[in-house]
Design a protein around this ligand. Structure first.
Ligand SMILES: Nc1ncnc2c1ncn2[C@@H]1O[C@H](COP(=O)(O)OP(=O)(O)OP(=O)(O)O)[C@@H](O)[C@H]1O
Ligand SMILES: CC(C)(CO)[C@@H](O)C(=O)[O-]
Ligand code: BAL
Length: 283
Protein backbone atom coordinates (compact mmCIF):
# COMPACT_ATOMS: atom_id res chain seq x y z
CA UNK A 1 0.00 0.00 0.00
CA UNK A 2 1.33 3.46 -0.82
CA UNK A 3 1.88 5.62 2.26
CA UNK A 4 0.13 8.97 2.50
CA UNK A 5 2.22 11.91 1.27
CA UNK A 6 2.15 14.75 3.78
CA UNK A 7 2.88 18.32 2.63
CA UNK A 8 2.17 20.26 5.80
CA UNK A 9 3.91 20.41 9.15
CA UNK A 10 0.51 20.34 10.90
CA UNK A 11 -0.20 16.92 9.34
CA UNK A 12 3.19 15.61 10.47
CA UNK A 13 2.70 16.96 13.99
CA UNK A 14 -0.76 15.36 14.26
CA UNK A 15 0.67 11.95 13.39
CA UNK A 16 3.62 12.35 15.76
CA UNK A 17 1.25 13.28 18.59
CA UNK A 18 -0.89 10.19 17.92
CA UNK A 19 2.14 7.88 17.82
CA UNK A 20 3.63 9.42 20.97
CA UNK A 21 0.36 8.96 22.84
CA UNK A 22 0.53 5.24 21.95
CA UNK A 23 4.15 5.14 23.17
CA UNK A 24 5.39 4.11 19.72
CA UNK A 25 9.02 4.50 18.63
CA UNK A 26 9.38 6.75 15.57
CA UNK A 27 12.15 6.43 12.98
CA UNK A 28 12.90 8.97 10.25
CA UNK A 29 14.84 8.45 7.02
CA UNK A 30 15.93 11.83 5.61
CA UNK A 31 16.38 11.91 1.82
CA UNK A 32 16.28 14.22 -1.15
CA UNK A 33 14.31 11.65 -3.18
CA UNK A 34 15.32 9.85 -6.40
CA UNK A 35 15.28 6.76 -4.22
CA UNK A 36 17.58 3.82 -4.91
CA UNK A 37 18.47 0.64 -2.98
CA UNK A 38 20.88 2.66 -0.77
CA UNK A 39 17.95 4.70 0.57
CA UNK A 40 15.76 1.60 0.79
CA UNK A 41 18.38 -0.08 3.01
CA UNK A 42 17.91 2.81 5.47
CA UNK A 43 14.13 2.30 5.32
CA UNK A 44 14.62 -1.42 6.04
CA UNK A 45 16.85 -0.64 9.03
CA UNK A 46 14.26 1.80 10.35
CA UNK A 47 11.40 -0.67 9.85
CA UNK A 48 13.37 -3.33 11.73
CA UNK A 49 13.63 -1.33 14.95
CA UNK A 50 10.89 1.31 14.99
CA UNK A 51 7.10 1.08 15.34
CA UNK A 52 6.55 3.96 12.90
CA UNK A 53 8.69 5.05 9.97
CA UNK A 54 8.61 8.41 8.19
CA UNK A 55 10.52 9.01 4.94
CA UNK A 56 11.44 12.65 4.47
CA UNK A 57 11.77 13.80 0.83
CA UNK A 58 12.86 17.38 0.21
CA UNK A 59 15.42 18.77 -2.23
CA UNK A 60 16.88 21.27 0.20
CA UNK A 61 17.88 24.43 -1.70
CA UNK A 62 20.06 25.67 1.18
CA UNK A 63 22.62 22.89 0.83
CA UNK A 64 23.37 23.40 -2.87
CA UNK A 65 26.37 25.65 -3.36
CA UNK A 66 26.06 25.16 -7.12
CA UNK A 67 22.77 26.38 -8.73
CA UNK A 68 23.24 24.05 -11.71
CA UNK A 69 23.52 21.06 -9.37
CA UNK A 70 20.24 22.10 -7.72
CA UNK A 71 18.52 22.54 -11.06
CA UNK A 72 19.74 19.16 -12.38
CA UNK A 73 19.05 17.24 -9.18
CA UNK A 74 16.68 14.37 -10.14
CA UNK A 75 13.07 14.72 -8.93
CA UNK A 76 11.08 11.47 -9.20
CA UNK A 77 8.36 11.63 -6.57
CA UNK A 78 5.82 9.30 -8.20
CA UNK A 79 8.44 6.58 -8.72
CA UNK A 80 9.71 7.18 -5.18
CA UNK A 81 6.25 6.54 -3.71
CA UNK A 82 6.00 3.32 -5.78
CA UNK A 83 9.41 2.13 -4.57
CA UNK A 84 8.40 2.73 -0.96
CA UNK A 85 5.06 0.88 -1.27
CA UNK A 86 6.38 -2.63 -0.44
CA UNK A 87 8.04 -1.36 2.74
CA UNK A 88 4.86 -0.31 4.50
CA UNK A 89 6.21 3.02 5.75
CA UNK A 90 3.73 5.05 7.79
CA UNK A 91 4.21 8.38 6.04
CA UNK A 92 6.16 10.10 3.31
CA UNK A 93 6.73 13.67 4.45
CA UNK A 94 7.54 15.79 1.39
CA UNK A 95 6.93 19.26 2.79
CA UNK A 96 6.14 22.33 0.72
CA UNK A 97 9.09 24.72 0.77
CA UNK A 98 7.27 27.21 3.01
CA UNK A 99 6.75 24.49 5.65
CA UNK A 100 10.52 24.25 6.02
CA UNK A 101 11.52 27.83 5.23
CA UNK A 102 8.58 30.13 5.98
CA UNK A 103 8.82 33.72 4.92
CA UNK A 104 11.35 35.58 7.05
CA UNK A 105 13.26 32.40 7.94
CA UNK A 106 16.56 33.70 9.32
CA UNK A 107 18.27 30.93 11.28
CA UNK A 108 21.35 28.94 10.29
CA UNK A 109 22.72 25.98 12.20
CA UNK A 110 26.46 25.78 11.76
CA UNK A 111 28.79 23.05 13.04
CA UNK A 112 32.38 24.27 13.39
CA UNK A 113 35.53 22.21 12.83
CA UNK A 114 34.20 19.01 11.25
CA UNK A 115 32.93 21.07 8.32
CA UNK A 116 36.28 22.74 7.50
CA UNK A 117 37.59 19.72 5.56
CA UNK A 118 36.60 17.33 2.74
CA UNK A 119 33.22 18.32 1.22
CA UNK A 120 32.97 21.26 3.62
CA UNK A 121 36.13 22.81 2.19
CA UNK A 122 34.88 22.43 -1.40
CA UNK A 123 31.15 23.16 -1.07
CA UNK A 124 30.92 26.49 0.78
CA UNK A 125 27.76 26.72 2.85
CA UNK A 126 26.78 23.10 2.12
CA UNK A 127 26.98 21.78 5.67
CA UNK A 128 25.25 24.85 7.11
CA UNK A 129 22.38 23.98 4.77
CA UNK A 130 22.48 20.33 5.84
CA UNK A 131 22.74 21.06 9.59
CA UNK A 132 19.91 23.61 9.35
CA UNK A 133 17.51 21.34 7.47
CA UNK A 134 18.39 18.23 9.50
CA UNK A 135 17.73 20.06 12.77
CA UNK A 136 14.32 20.94 11.28
CA UNK A 137 13.76 17.30 10.22
CA UNK A 138 14.48 16.14 13.76
CA UNK A 139 12.25 18.78 15.37
CA UNK A 140 9.40 18.56 12.86
CA UNK A 141 9.11 14.77 12.95
CA UNK A 142 9.90 14.34 16.66
CA UNK A 143 11.59 11.04 15.74
CA UNK A 144 13.45 8.88 18.27
CA UNK A 145 15.90 7.56 15.68
CA UNK A 146 17.25 8.87 12.39
CA UNK A 147 18.98 6.73 9.76
CA UNK A 148 21.90 8.01 7.66
CA UNK A 149 24.19 6.32 5.13
CA UNK A 150 27.95 6.00 5.60
CA UNK A 151 28.37 7.00 1.95
CA UNK A 152 27.99 10.56 3.27
CA UNK A 153 30.27 9.90 6.24
CA UNK A 154 31.13 13.52 6.94
CA UNK A 155 27.43 14.40 6.91
CA UNK A 156 26.80 11.64 9.43
CA UNK A 157 29.46 13.06 11.78
CA UNK A 158 28.16 16.61 11.36
CA UNK A 159 24.57 15.58 12.08
CA UNK A 160 25.61 13.58 15.17
CA UNK A 161 27.53 16.54 16.53
CA UNK A 162 24.65 18.93 15.83
CA UNK A 163 22.05 16.71 17.56
CA UNK A 164 24.34 16.22 20.58
CA UNK A 165 25.26 19.89 20.86
CA UNK A 166 21.63 21.03 20.62
CA UNK A 167 20.33 18.35 23.03
CA UNK A 168 17.90 17.03 20.44
CA UNK A 169 16.74 13.70 21.90
CA UNK A 170 17.33 11.52 18.87
CA UNK A 171 19.65 8.61 18.15
CA UNK A 172 21.59 8.89 14.88
CA UNK A 173 22.06 5.45 13.30
CA UNK A 174 24.78 4.80 10.69
CA UNK A 175 24.00 2.35 7.85
CA UNK A 176 26.64 0.79 5.53
CA UNK A 177 27.11 1.98 1.95
CA UNK A 178 25.15 -0.03 -0.61
CA UNK A 179 27.05 -0.61 -3.87
CA UNK A 180 26.26 -1.70 -7.41
CA UNK A 181 27.73 -5.09 -8.46
CA UNK A 182 30.56 -3.06 -10.00
CA UNK A 183 31.42 -1.60 -6.58
CA UNK A 184 30.11 1.87 -7.47
CA UNK A 185 28.42 3.44 -4.44
CA UNK A 186 24.76 3.97 -5.25
CA UNK A 187 23.91 7.65 -5.52
CA UNK A 188 21.08 9.69 -7.02
CA UNK A 189 23.69 11.57 -9.04
CA UNK A 190 24.69 8.32 -10.85
CA UNK A 191 21.51 8.85 -12.91
CA UNK A 192 23.32 11.68 -14.68
CA UNK A 193 26.16 9.45 -15.95
CA UNK A 194 26.26 7.85 -19.39
CA UNK A 195 26.73 4.04 -19.44
CA UNK A 196 30.45 4.58 -20.17
CA UNK A 197 30.74 7.18 -17.40
CA UNK A 198 29.16 4.75 -14.97
CA UNK A 199 31.66 2.09 -15.94
CA UNK A 200 34.58 4.47 -15.49
CA UNK A 201 33.18 5.70 -12.18
CA UNK A 202 33.25 2.14 -10.85
CA UNK A 203 37.06 2.44 -10.58
CA UNK A 204 36.67 4.54 -7.42
CA UNK A 205 36.00 1.53 -5.22
CA UNK A 206 38.90 -0.72 -6.34
CA UNK A 207 41.22 2.27 -6.01
CA UNK A 208 40.03 2.78 -2.41
CA UNK A 209 40.46 -0.92 -1.68
CA UNK A 210 43.95 -1.06 -3.18
CA UNK A 211 45.09 1.92 -1.12
CA UNK A 212 43.54 0.36 2.01
CA UNK A 213 45.48 -2.87 1.34
CA UNK A 214 48.75 -0.95 0.92
CA UNK A 215 48.13 0.94 4.18
CA UNK A 216 47.57 -2.39 5.94
CA UNK A 217 51.03 -3.44 4.66
CA UNK A 218 52.51 -0.44 6.48
CA UNK A 219 52.91 1.97 3.53
CA UNK A 220 52.44 5.68 4.13
CA UNK A 221 49.50 7.47 2.60
CA UNK A 222 50.86 10.48 0.63
CA UNK A 223 52.60 8.53 -2.20
CA UNK A 224 49.66 6.10 -2.39
CA UNK A 225 47.28 9.04 -2.79
CA UNK A 226 49.37 10.44 -5.61
CA UNK A 227 49.31 7.15 -7.47
CA UNK A 228 45.57 6.82 -6.88
CA UNK A 229 44.93 10.30 -8.29
CA UNK A 230 46.98 9.44 -11.38
CA UNK A 231 45.04 6.19 -11.86
CA UNK A 232 41.73 8.02 -11.69
CA UNK A 233 42.90 10.72 -14.11
CA UNK A 234 44.04 8.05 -16.57
CA UNK A 235 40.65 6.33 -16.31
CA UNK A 236 38.90 9.51 -17.46
CA UNK A 237 37.98 11.37 -14.26
CA UNK A 238 37.95 15.12 -15.03
CA UNK A 239 39.16 16.12 -11.57
CA UNK A 240 39.94 14.53 -8.22
CA UNK A 241 38.81 17.13 -5.71
CA UNK A 242 40.21 15.36 -2.65
CA UNK A 243 41.73 11.99 -1.82
CA UNK A 244 42.43 12.00 1.93
CA UNK A 245 43.14 9.69 4.83
CA UNK A 246 41.39 10.95 7.95
CA UNK A 247 40.53 9.71 11.43
CA UNK A 248 36.96 8.46 11.81
CA UNK A 249 36.59 10.48 14.95
CA UNK A 250 37.20 14.18 14.27
CA UNK A 251 38.26 13.75 10.61
CA UNK A 252 41.90 14.68 11.30
CA UNK A 253 44.35 14.26 8.38
CA UNK A 254 46.65 11.23 8.81
CA UNK A 255 49.76 9.90 7.05
CA UNK A 256 49.07 6.39 8.25
CA UNK A 257 46.12 4.86 10.11
CA UNK A 258 47.42 4.99 13.69
CA UNK A 259 43.76 4.93 14.83
CA UNK A 260 40.47 3.93 13.13
CA UNK A 261 40.51 5.88 9.87
CA UNK A 262 38.88 6.24 6.47
CA UNK A 263 39.98 7.10 2.99
CA UNK A 264 37.73 9.76 1.47
CA UNK A 265 37.44 10.68 -2.18
CA UNK A 266 35.46 13.21 -4.22
CA UNK A 267 35.93 13.24 -7.99
CA UNK A 268 34.20 14.54 -11.08
CA UNK A 269 33.30 12.43 -14.09
CA UNK A 270 31.20 13.77 -17.00
CA UNK A 271 30.72 16.88 -14.86
CA UNK A 272 29.08 14.85 -12.07
CA UNK A 273 30.59 15.04 -8.60
CA UNK A 274 30.81 11.63 -6.89
CA UNK A 275 31.95 10.83 -3.36
CA UNK A 276 32.95 7.61 -1.63
CA UNK A 277 34.89 6.43 1.42
CA UNK A 278 36.27 3.24 2.90
CA UNK A 279 37.15 2.32 6.48
CA UNK A 280 40.74 1.22 7.13
CA UNK A 281 41.58 -0.54 10.37
CA UNK A 282 44.20 1.00 12.63
CA UNK A 283 47.70 -0.50 12.16
N1 LIG B 1 24.67 3.94 -1.54
C1 LIG B 1 24.17 4.28 -0.37
N2 LIG B 1 24.22 3.43 0.66
C2 LIG B 1 23.71 3.77 1.88
N3 LIG B 1 23.13 4.96 2.13
C3 LIG B 1 23.05 5.84 1.13
C4 LIG B 1 23.56 5.55 -0.17
N4 LIG B 1 23.35 6.62 -0.97
C5 LIG B 1 22.73 7.54 -0.21
N5 LIG B 1 22.56 7.08 1.05
C6 LIG B 1 22.01 7.79 2.19
O1 LIG B 1 20.70 8.22 1.91
C7 LIG B 1 20.43 9.44 2.60
C8 LIG B 1 19.88 10.42 1.61
O2 LIG B 1 20.87 10.72 0.67
P1 LIG B 1 20.59 11.49 -0.69
O3 LIG B 1 19.12 11.67 -0.87
O4 LIG B 1 21.48 12.65 -0.77
O5 LIG B 1 20.99 10.40 -1.74
P2 LIG B 1 22.28 10.24 -2.54
O6 LIG B 1 22.10 9.08 -3.40
O7 LIG B 1 23.42 10.33 -1.57
O8 LIG B 1 22.25 11.46 -3.48
P3 LIG B 1 23.42 12.35 -3.88
O9 LIG B 1 23.55 12.12 -5.31
O10 LIG B 1 22.83 13.67 -3.48
O11 LIG B 1 24.65 12.02 -3.09
C9 LIG B 1 21.76 9.89 3.20
O12 LIG B 1 21.79 9.49 4.57
C10 LIG B 1 22.76 9.10 2.40
O13 LIG B 1 23.97 8.86 3.11
C1 LIG C 1 20.28 14.59 4.96
C2 LIG C 1 19.67 15.29 3.75
C3 LIG C 1 18.35 14.64 3.39
C4 LIG C 1 19.38 16.74 4.14
O1 LIG C 1 18.79 17.43 3.09
C5 LIG C 1 20.64 15.27 2.56
O2 LIG C 1 21.82 15.92 2.85
C6 LIG C 1 20.89 13.90 2.01
O3 LIG C 1 20.04 13.46 1.24
O4 LIG C 1 21.88 13.24 2.38
N1 BAL D 1 23.99 13.21 -0.21
C1 BAL D 1 24.30 14.50 0.34
C2 BAL D 1 23.47 15.55 -0.24
C3 BAL D 1 24.17 16.43 -1.22
O1 BAL D 1 25.07 15.99 -1.92
O2 BAL D 1 23.79 17.60 -1.29
Amino acid sequence: MTAPILRKLSQMRALTARWRAADERIGVVPTMGALHPGHLSLVEAAKADCDRVVVWIFVNPKQFNNPEDLENYPRTEVEDAEKLAPYGVDAVYAPDVDQVYPEGFATTVSVAGLTDVLCGAHRPGHFDGVATVVSKIFLQTGADRAYFGEKDFQQLQVVRRMAGDLDIPIEVIACPTVREDSGLAMSSRNLRLSPEGRQQAALLYPVLRDVAAELADGNRFPPLAERARARLAEAGFDEVEYFDLRSEDGLQALDHPDRPARIFVAAYIEGVRLIDNLAVPAV
